[in-house]
Design a protein around this ligand. Structure first.
Ligand SMILES: Cc1ncc(COP(=O)(O)O)c(C=O)c1O
Length: 330
């Protein structure tokens, strides 16, 4: 097995079959424009995130370009950005309060990890490069409003289908030079991306598209109908527990029309962004005292009154979480 997949493609390690299934799935779901885009495959979208920072950073700048994101932000962004103390880019904090002149990179995560809200860029200045992290822009989590049509968009099988261990993500990139630089980064970093994983991911994406196109006419349920129902059921149970007390609160979401399911639907994010009301200042410690492990708001750039909890754990763990949460209130 050689390193190469298609030497005529900018991303020469992209397996053609995986590329085809990415385009097909976006067409089936209607969540991203793929026409006029270069597909760059990565070892998870995490590798593509670093490749994007490398590709977008000016090479002739006297100081590193700032990388910003509105709070609460995905907790890995600051640590991934600053881990190697790059001379090209550095973490610049909250996009809402970013005021420096000159070029910057803004990360737009929509729907957002940790709070599930739909987002747009905040800084809105002419010298900004935007990276749209749309890991959760899939119909089981959020209503699909329109095909995303950005300069650089990241997706991952970790969240679209739950295959995090496969370590496959993809970027849709408008600018050819940016796609070339991202490819160069991955060449220098890992000399490409596992072909085994790409072929396996292609098979999974094909099964998901098939299940929608064929599933509606057969007895079996499509992947997105199944996963949407599962998330809806978990959110319903969680709301019943949380809303029965004044100890906690949840974010408020507005229903919106979903072009995929063709109906108005509520967002049902992959995470609960829970706030401890009243005089509990450290929600993480409070919940740990009740055997519920969470991630404090401080990791996401906000107050410790907030915590993030996964909604994607096994049925057994999710039910245990609900039982323990209910026990606090009774
Ligand atoms: C917003 C966001 N982006 C990226 C990732 C990482 O994705 P991957 O597993 O593809 O590296 C995650 C994982 O939690 C995430 O929440």
């Amino acid at each position: 097995m050689s390193y190469f997949s298609d030497v005529t493609n900018i991303c020469w390690f992209l397996e053609a079959e995986f590329g085809r299934e990415v385009v097909r799935l976006h067409n089936v779901v209607g969540n991203a424009v793929t026409e006029g885009r270069h597909i760059v495959v990565g070892t998870g979208s995490s590798q593509l995130f670093l490749a994007a920072l490398y590709a977008l950073s000016p090479t002739d700048s006297p100081e590193p370009i700032s990388v910003v994101c509105a709070t609460p932000y995905y907790s890995s962004y600051p640590s991934m950005t600053d881990h190697l103390k790059s001379g090209l880019y550095k973490w610049g904090g909250d996009a809402e309060s970013y005021e420096k002149e000159g070029p910057y990179i803004e990360l737009v995560t929509s729907p957002n990890n940790p709070d599930g809200h739909v987002r747009r860029s905040k800084v809105n200045r002419s010298q900004g490069f935007l990276v749209h992290d749309l890991a959760y822009y899939w119909p089981q989590y959020t209503p699909i409003s329109a095909p995303a049509d950005h300069d650089l968009t990241l997706f991952t099988v970790s969240k679209s289908t739950g295959h995090a261990g496969m370590r496959i993500g993809w970027a849709l990139v408008k600018d050819q030079e940016v796609a070339k630089k991202m490819t160069k980064f991955i060449e220098l970093n890992t000399i490409g991306v596992s072909k085994d994983s790409q072929l396996r991911a292609a098979k999974v994406l094909r099964a998901v598209s098939d299940s929608w196109e064929l599933g509606n006419s057969k007895e079996s349920e499509s992947f997105f109908k199944f996963s949407h129902k599962l998330m809806a059921n978990r959110w319903k149970q969680l709301r019943l527990v949380v809303e029965s007390s004044e100890l906690f609160s949840l974010p408020k979401f507005s229903p919106a029309f979903c072009t995929f399911f063709n109906q108005v639907l509520e967002p049902q994010p992959a995470f609960v962004w829970l706030k401890c009301e009243g005089n509990v200042e450290d929600c993480e410690s409070f919940l740990r005292g009740h055997n519920i492990l969470t991630r404090s708001g401080t990791h996401f750039g906000v107050s410790p009154k907030y915590v993030r909890i996964s909604m994607l754990d096994t049925d057994e763990n999710f039910n245990q979480f609900l039982d323990r949460l209910s026990a606090i209130m009774s």
